[in-house]
Design a protein around this ligand. Structure first.
Ligand SMILES: Cc1cc2nc3c(=O)[nH]c(=O)nc-3n(C[C@H](O)[C@H](O)[C@H](O)COP(=O)(O)OP(=O)(O)OC[C@H]3O[C@@H](n4cnc5c(N)ncnc54)[C@H](O)[C@@H]3O)c2cc1C
Length: 533
């Protein structure tokens, strides 16, 4: 493979990396973004989906709260199509300390977080499923987000300014010349080939994997406190507003309505390896019980899927001993300047932060690079919108249905849960440069509703074959890979209606389609060309 050359190499295609690529491309740099998987396949696609108002941190972590307040308003303006303005409620349940509500209200006022206390009866009118025993309720500007939509629109925006977006390209080594990092060695995970990339500057936005990347430059001791959290998606919107318990941040205290589902989360447990995130039955049971505190009857509702993500919380050995509890590490972010810290030029690492503050994190990271390079190129991402968001109001729950109803007769419906038509799906398959059903799932939310792919995935597999993206054996493999991935998220929550659904899916895939014996399933579906934005 011929070597590549770039001004700026961004490692990591999560929220931070895509925002940094967009920011640097807007400032006129030639940018290459690489990710070892699909965009937002790491933490940014495995999080809770909440655009924080700042309320969660307002008592405990003032700086993080202030950053969320400011960035919440900016992202609503710049990427409205990836945000649903659900609004948020902080409620004091019968199990919660009433005194905290006063501290919460005072802290909101001191930080300028827009907050309004409403009567409990009004909160119950807005959200009738809420625990009728709640004693106080506050309205804040929380919202929910579609992380994949946001990541791809930032990446497309960067590509329109000349950036290369190389998914499935893993950094397996950093090149050093003297005291400077001058490039990287990339492994194309689809073809198995390696190629070199020479870079004028390297921005390490690999989240929980950040320490591993800097080790490739011979630097030790940049620590990430990996805080694992689990979340469970319930089969429909038990609430239409983000509901937070009005307590110090704890486990299972937020319920977020996202598109067609609602998600309860989360935990915060220190783990050793960001690639090893086992989920225990105890964690699942505790999370469901936490949901019951907010919404009575939660335990009887149908859980669709459980998953885990890991927070990239920053803890630098040079800055002092690690916090004993990962909840005690600040949620704000830090740019690690390896020139100052380690005498290594042309390498910066971003650590910590939130999805909500990704734009600010990218700004701080690119600003630090611009300063090192001695350039004068100001950040414009607080004003400029990436493509697809112009003249768009924020997403609302009925918008897909309204769009579908206009063309109901002309376009076959492939995914009934998420209302995805055949035309859109085929267009994505032709344009997308991927043949993995799991990538298409993230791109369109295909198979993310209550049937978890039971009815749409075999159709989508057939379409991949029909549009000529895969031969029969490759299509079989892609379907098997998808089913295996889904199963991982389903088995810990199999009870009640979801167990019935899983049995039905099983009959479809095992009984009707006999997926175990599909024609010549290949060992790995080849991916001919890398995804481009
Ligand atoms: C359980 C949980 C719930 C959360 N909930 C919220 C929330 O509701 N709201 C909110 O604002 N924040 C939330 N957060 C925090 C937020 O999700 C993260 O701060 C944010 O997503 C981190 O983004 P990132 O881009 O820094 O990291 P990531 O999204 O992890 O991106 C890093 C990328 O680097 C890639 N990578 C790693 N190694 C390599 C390599 N060698 N070569 C190439 N690529 C590589 C990975 O594939 C990955 O895509 C939550 C976090 C967790 C864990």
């Amino acid at each position: 493979m011929p070597p590549l050359e770039t001004d700026v190499l961004v490692i990591g295609g999560g929220a931070t990396g895509t925002a940094a690529a967009w920011d640097a491309a807007l400032r006129g740099y030639d940018v290459t973004l690489v990710d070892r998987g699909d965009l937002s396949e790491g933490t940014s696609g495995r999080f809770h989906g909440l655009l924080h108002s700042g309320g969660r941190y307002v008592v405990k972590d003032r700086l993080a709260a202030e950053e969320c307040i400011a960035e919440n308003a900016i992202l609503r303006r710049t990427i409205p199509d990836a945000i649903e303005d659900t609004g948020g409620l902080f409620v004091t349940t019968p199990d919660d300390d009433l005194a905290y509500a006063d501290r919460f209200l005072a802290a909101c006022k001191e930080t300028g977080l827009p907050v309004e206390e409403i009567p409990v009866a009004e909160a119950l009118r807005r959200e009738p499923r809420l625990n009728p025993g709640i004693r106080r309720a506050f309205v804040v500007p929380d919202a929910s987000v579609d992380a994949w939509k946001a990541a791809w629109s930032l990446a497309r925006g960067a590509a329109e300014h000349g950036a290369r977006i190389l998914t499935y390209h893993e950094v397996v080594g950093l090149r050093r010349e003297g005291d400077a990092v001058t490039g990287a060695r990339l492994l194309d995970r689809r073809t198995g080939e390696e190629r070199e990339i020479a870079a004028g500057f390297v921005l390490n936005a690999s989240g929980p994997w950040a320490a591993r990347i800097v080790q490739m430059a011979g630097i030790e001791g940049v620590g990430v406190v990996p805080g694992k959290g689990i979340m469970i998606a319930m089969n429909h919107r038990l609430v239409n507003t983000v509901v937070n318990r009005c307590v110090m941040p704890a486990d299972g205290d937020i319920l977020v309505p996202i598109r067609t589902v609602s998600v309860i989360g989360t935990t915060d447990v220190r783990v050793a390896d960001p690639d090893e995130l086992p989920i225990t039955q105890e964690e699942v049971d505790a999370m469901l019980a936490d949901g019951e505190r907010l919404v009575p009857g939660f335990l009887g509702a149908r859980a669709l899927r459980v998953w885990a993500g890991v927070r990239p919380l920053f803890q630098d050995e040079k800055a002092g001993p690690a916090a004993a509890d990962s909840r005690d590490v600040s949620r704000t972010h830090a740019v690690v300047d390896h020139r100052e810290r380690d005498g290594t030029q042309r390498l910066l690492t971003m650590s910590g932060g939130k999805w909500t503050t990704m734009r600010l994190m990218a700004q701080d990271l690119v600003d630090a690079m611009v300063r090192q390079l001695g350039h004068d190129r100001p950040c414009t991402t607080a004003e400029v919108q990436p493509p697809g968001h112009e003249a768009v109001e924020s997403y609302d729950i009925g918008s897909r249905l309204r769009a579908r109803e206009q063309v109901l007769q002309e376009d076959q419906l492939v995914c009934e849960c998420e209302l995805i038509g055949r035309r859109k799906l085929e267009e994505t398959m032709r344009r997308g440069g991927t043949t993995k059903l799991d990538d298409i799932r993230r791109n369109l939310r295909l198979g993310m509703g209550p049937c978890q792919g039971g009815f749409c995935m075999y159709r989508a597999t057939g379409l991949l074959h029909a549009v000529g993206r895969l031969d029969g054996a490759q299509a079989s493999t892609s379907l098997l890979d998808f089913l295996e991935e889904r199963w991982k998220g389903m088995w810990p929550i199999l009870y009640g209606d979801q167990l019935r659904q899983a049995r039905l899916d099983d009959w479809i895939f095992q009984g009707l389609l006999d997926v175990e014996h599909l024609p010549e399933a290949a060992t790995r579906a080849p991916e001919p060309e890398p995804a481009t934005a």
